[in-house]
Design a protein around this ligand. Sequence first.
Ligand SMILES: NC(=O)c1ccc[n+]([C@@H]2O[C@H](COP(=O)([O-])OP(=O)(O)OC[C@H]3O[C@@H](n4cnc5c(N)ncnc54)[C@H](O)[C@@H]3O)[C@@H](O)[C@H]2O)c1
Length: 454
Amino acid sequence: MDKPKIHVEMSAVQRIDLAHDALAGRVAVVTGAGRGIGRETACTLARLGARVAIAERSDMGAETEQRIRAAGGEAIYVNTDVSDAESVTNLARVVTQVLGPVDILINNAIICPAVSVVDMDVSLWDRVIAVNLRGAFLMCKAFLPGMLARHGGVVVNMVSTDAMPCLAAYIASKQGLAGFSQSLAAEVGPQGVRVIAFGPGMVDTPGIRGVAQGLASHLGMSADQFLGMSLHPAYEGLMPAEHAAAATAYLIVRLADEYHGEVVDAYTVLERAGLIRSAPPLETTAVRAADTTSPVDLPPAQRQEMRAEMRAEMQVEMLAHVVEAGKQLQAVVEQIAAEFDRLPVFVRPLARSGFKSKAGQSIQEWGRTAAMLTDQLNHIAAPDGTALPTLRADFPRLQALSEKLVDYLEGVPAETARFTKDATMLRQVSQLVAERKAVVRAAIQSIQTVLAST
Ligand SMILES: NC(=O)c1ccc[n+]([C@@H]2O[C@H](COP(=O)([O-])OP(=O)(O)OC[C@H]3O[C@@H](n4cnc5c(N)ncnc54)[C@H](O)[C@@H]3O)[C@@H](O)[C@H]2O)c1
């Protein structure tokens, strides 16, 4: 009898190209590893062979320790309040004694109350900054000297890039941590220590579930809608915490040398790790080379016939080309609209109004213009050719709008650079923009050619 097949699901970190012992012999400290991203990160680093210290204020840290040990890894839980200097000093002493010098520090612990600025107690504001920002500073102060002495080590500071209403204290602490990371990277980078500000994206954790209700209402949506948001087409909703942990591991093992304090997001890292796929690059129209067959050697009657055939063929080709160019223009507009839709709800209006002010009309109006153009071009290619006069009349407006769309596209790389220093992402954006500009220009040129020849 056939044995029943057992399906063993591979974990995210097993699906990326990292040796199972990629962190063997290394010591890592993860703050706030009692739950969420911190817990998954501690487990993932341990799975790759690191000896892990769980610096956590709540007893959930003991559960993480147990989980790692049960899986055959090495871990200690040290009850720690990262905002307290004495507590951090105690942590450093215990970790060094039990596990040895620390190679990897993950500043992950947070508190994140969703309270408006007006309603926030001063003491709560101070507590958020103390845990999220001062905590990271105290941890660095405790563990950096050892890394500097050994000319190596990696510090990952978990940051958030998207501001939301009622998260002012949290976001201020996280943006502060992003700036802290850049400054620190410049300070310790020359001595071999890498500092990375890592934005995990929208990740499914008890923390985000806890604030969803309060936040969602301020964003004009339900908690379910908020939790269903995705910042990358690879995910239907929030990213599993296990993926954020796999990204952190890949960043540490493979990419640490590429970053010097700038923010890198988990989606970019996971694309590079091959766990998720990036959006397919836009195909640009390849203009086919003209037929080079020469009719000069043929008798005059045949020559004329062949020339007529060639003209008709070129006409068909030109019309097919303009229809394709129109479709591609429409695809570009639809892609931009879809990208806006995927932005966090609070960033979306800004992106759309920026588009409208530069691209001559709103993205919705652009969508209608492009769809109408595709329709007209389809009719031009049809035998009756009735849409031609309308297209001719519309063309000057279309041309002016297209120039504005190109202007808008030209500003996108600089706009993106305001939000990320991730060189790979900036390169991809510039390439995508270049391709899109080429599509817009090709469409206009192609229409111009058709209008001139008919
Ligand atoms: N979840 C997301 O979507 C998301 C998005 C962007 C950034 N991040 C970042 O990722 C990190 C983890 O987020 P999460 O959603 O897993 O958080 P979470 O709220 O689920 O977990 C935070 C952990 O920190 C611990 N902690 C709180 N105060 C502490 C203190 N004083 N000392 C030690 N430990 C303390 C908590 O007990 C908890 O275990 C955070 O730095 C967060 O800013 C998360």
